[in-house]
Design a protein around this ligand. Structure first.
Ligand code: PHE
Length: 338
């Protein structure tokens, strides 16, 4: 039997090199080590070996089984190595590695996140509305008369069917009040479109963040406190904030907000960054009419609204001199915000 085992071993040694791929190797394994394989069959002969020969023959059987098993494993490893080598044939592994490019959020997104974070801490929830709007939601419901300059074709992108690209996010105020009962406290960041001549401070699309708070007893102090807090959260707790009387059709009184900043190496100066005001009672009256109820009765609720341009804030924050850099996707520019 020892001879038989040695013959099997020799046979395996002679044929292992023929196992040129995974399938051939598997046939090899089955031929010798499978349930009906030659070695398995030979092992059955142990039954007939005499008692005194058993240890020797048993040892031989184990050796041969061990040898054949390693042969199969080694061959499998060789086949994998050969496959890897073929795959890497055209690759120059001596080339230096390519450093992965660190990525980060776009400065405008970073700015938006800061604003959203500060306002959420003050209890504002996110709201949104369509960018292709009706004249009603963009203007009429916001107390903006037919002859207001903002409605001019020179300033606004109109579609032939009377829809338009919203000129501000204030339309989300209307949509929110149409569908939600007071009290509401929402912010709506998003794109707005105007037919501006494109230059270093104007694009025809920009990003606004609208805010609206309506409840039973909202007053001007709430408005000032909220916005002071917002801008100090973004630009630092000591940043001076000033409210200048202004006019918007949908708020009364209305203000523009300036913050005082000191650009590096320059004298401090006031920079206009947002519009705001107390929601005009005419807006509430229009909402009541649209809803067909009196939840927004101007005698019962008051509110404030604000809108800020996020490009402007980002430009101030990082000293970006040209708004176009924010949309050009020039890596040399964007990499500074990683
Ligand atoms: N919608 C105004 C604009 O785009 C900003 C604004 C929002 C003013 C809310 C007052 C209240 O200029």
């Amino acid at each position: 039997m020892i001879d038989q085992l040695e013959a099997i071993h020799q046979d395996a040694l002679n044929t292992i090199a023929d196992a040129a791929d995974d399938a051939a190797l598997e046939s090899f394994r089955i031929r010798f080590l499978g349930k009906k394989g030659t070695l398995t069959q030979a092992a059955a002969g142990m039954r007939d070996v005499s008692k005194e020969d058993k240890p020797k023959v048993g040892q031989k059987l184990n050796e041969v089984r061990q040898a054949l098993t390693s042969m199969v494993e080694d061959r499998a490893a060789e086949l994998i190595a050969a496959k890897d080598a073929a795959a890497a044939k055209d690759t120059d592994v001596t080339l230096p590695g390519r450093r992965p490019q660190p990525a980060a959020l776009h400065p405008l997104t970073q700015m938006m996140d800061r604003g959203i974070k500060a306002l959420r801490q003050m209890g504002f929830a996110l709201a949104s509305g369509p960018e292709v709007e009706t004249e009603f939601h963009c203007f009429d419901a916001l107390n903006t008369p037919e002859d207001h300059p903002a409605r001019n074709e020179k300033d606004t992108f109109y579609f032939n069917d009377g829809h338009l690209l919203r000129t501000h996010t204030s339309s989300v105020q209307v949509r929110t009040m149409e569908t939600q009962a007071p009290p509401i406290r929402v912010i709506a960041p998003g794109s707005a479109y105007r037919r501006d001549e494109i230059d270093a401070t104007h694009l025809s699309v920009f990003t606004q963040m609208e805010g609206l708070y309506v409840a039973e007893d909202v007053n001007l102090g709430d408005l000032k406190g909220t916005l002071e807090r917002l801008f100090q959260a973004i630009f630092g707790p000591k940043t001076p904030v000033r409210f200048r009387p202004h006019f918007f059709p949908f708020t009364e009184p209305s203000f523009e907000i300036d913050i005082q900043l000191q650009p590096k190496g320059q004298a401090p100066r006031w920079i206009e960054i947002a519009g705001c005001g107390m929601v005009d009672p005419n807006v509430f009256a229009q909402i009541c009419e649209s809803r067909g109820d009196d939840l927004y009765d101007p005698d019962k609720v008051t509110g404030f609204a604000f809108g800020l341009g996020l490009e402007r804030l980002a430009m101030i924050m990082w000293g970006i001199p040209d708004i176009r850099w924010l949309i050009e996707n020039d890596q040399r520019f964007l990499h500074q915000f990683v």
